[in-house]
Design a protein around this ligand. Structure first.
Ligand code: UD1
Length: 418
């Protein structure tokens, strides 16, 4: 079993390049189902979730080839509209394929998705949205069987700005007759990236990033080459590492605007975060003051995907921070692991009270999920002695190689087999 072995205490220095965003790549991969020709995606990240999604596309009949880090998908011979349980359980993103499969085949059979265990992750908004576009959905024995022969543009109002539901409805609307309007869509940058990708191929979508998305249906999409946006969550994780460990680091190939909800929190703290073009520099040499309160929100609010990492930082900050998780009800599974390392955290429902301590201590901990695992790695970087993080496969779902990147910045992290 692979584990990460971390010896805490090193200051960080140097630069690291951030790759393409998993959460942009996955819906774009799902969108390729709408194409009858070829799609080339540059800078393909080596994340397990991305590999699993490519496996789903191959199972549908896609022909996949690589040239360096460029991935080309030939979608001309798709011959299946079904995603079996053994593939869909590997990644929650299998659910995004539903809208695209319906757009292409006007029918779909998709098993319920898997993914991170961070509470019940319902798909009612996906289903309601697709039904509003005329799709008939039968939910039986773990499969959604969908009849889309009446798929047509319509108006959808999302009760909550779900990222996945927004993407699914966009994908179902692209090749539908008429106009689809999504009110209260998610405004995450990854939604804008999906719009940009589809529009480059001839789709007619406007409004991504605002409170209404409008999709004018088109007949088909043309071959396209595209480079998805950089990963704001990986960048945010390393930015927090820089703040925790002290030192002077640079993150390259980032979009600083996407990280404003994180960066702005440290404006009056004892560190410097500066941005220039697609680079962020983090200089820190003192213990930071606590943030008082952090609440996760849909974009442009503070991302739930950085909640565990900011908690690791607040565990060693001066003072108390109250962290409220508004998106997922059981996204505190990293808390008992941080407590094993000496953190003082008390949770009640969706609120965690973090009392900063002078020191964390190395321990054997388990990554409970993807971002929780990243938070534990950060804690290990500042803990006294050695920390061993198990269940590394969770972290691999969204970080190509967290040990390579952090080691490049001077941290003592390596992968070991036990
Ligand atoms: C996406 C991201 C994930 C991130 C999350 C929130 C991808 C691949 N994953 O996940 O990393 O943590 O956004 O920023 O892009 N909900 C419903 N019904 C639905 C759909 C969602 O109640 O039909 C609820 C969920 O339970 C959750 C909230 O809405 O409480 C947010 O979920 P959503 O925005 O859909 O997240 P995902 O698309 O699953």
């Amino acid at each position: 079993m692979d584990k990460l072995l971390i010896r805490g205490g090193n200051k960080l220095s140097g630069a690291v390049r951030i790759g393409c965003a998993k959460n942009a790549y996955l819906p774009i991969l799902a969108a390729t189902i709408l194409f009858k020709g070829k799609v080339t995606l540059l800078d393909c990240p080596d994340y397990d979730d991305v590999k699993n999604m490519i496996g789903i596309l191959e199972n549908l009949g896609a022909n996949v080839s690589y040239s360096g880090s460029a991935l080309t998908l030939d979608m001309s011979n798709l011959n299946s509209y079904s995603i079996p349980k053994e593939l869909s359980c590997l990644t929650r993103s299998s659910i995004f394929s539903l809208g695209a499969i319906l757009g292409r085949f006007r029918k779909a059979k998709v098993a319920y998705p898997g993914g991170c265990e961070i509470g019940s992750r319902p798909i009612d908004l996906h289903i309601k949205g697709l039904e509003a576009l005329g799709v008939k959905i039968l939910d039986r024995r773990g499969y959604l069987t969908c009849d889309g022969k009446n798929l047509e543009g319509s108006t959808v109002h999302l009760d909550f700005p779900s990222v996945g539901a927004t993407e699914n409805i966009m994908l179902a609307g692209v090749l539908s007759k008429g106009t689809t309007k999504i009110y209260n869509p998610a405004r995450e940058p990854e939604i804008i990236d999906l719009q940009n990708f589809l529009n480059k191929a001839g789709a007619k979508i406007t409004g991504a990033g605002t409170t209404t998305i409008v999709i004018e249906g088109v007949e088909n999409l043309k071959d396209v080459e595209y480079k998805p946006m950089p990963d704001r969550i990986v960048a945010g994780t390393y930015l927090i590492a820089g703040l925790m460990c002290g030192g002077d680091i640079e993150l390259k190939n980032v979009c600083p605007e996407h990280l404003q909800s994180l960066i702005s929190k440290f404006k009056y703290n004892s560190c410097q975060i500066s941005t220039k073009g697609d680079k962020i520099r983090v200089v820190s040499d003192k213990r930071l003051a606590s943030l008082g309160k952090v609440e996760t929100m849909p974009y442009p609010g503070f991302p739930t995907d950085l909640q565990a990492q900011i908690m690791a930082l607040m565990s060693v900050a001066k003072g108390t921070t109250v962290i409220k998780e508004n998106l997922f009800e059981t996204r505190f599974k990293h808390v008992p692991e941080l407590v094993k390392m000496g953190a003082k955290i008390i949770t009640e429902g969706r609120t965690a009270t973090v009392v900063g301590v002078d020191k964390l201590y190395g321990a054997e901990v388990m990554a409970p999920d993807l971002r929780g695992g990243a938070g534990l790695v950060l804690a290990g970087l500042v803990a006294d002695g050695y920390t061993k993080v198990s269940n590394v496969r969770q972290i691999r779902r969204g970080y190509e190689s967290i040990e390579r990147d952090l080691a490049l910045l001077g941290a003592d992290v390596k992968r070991i087999s036990e």
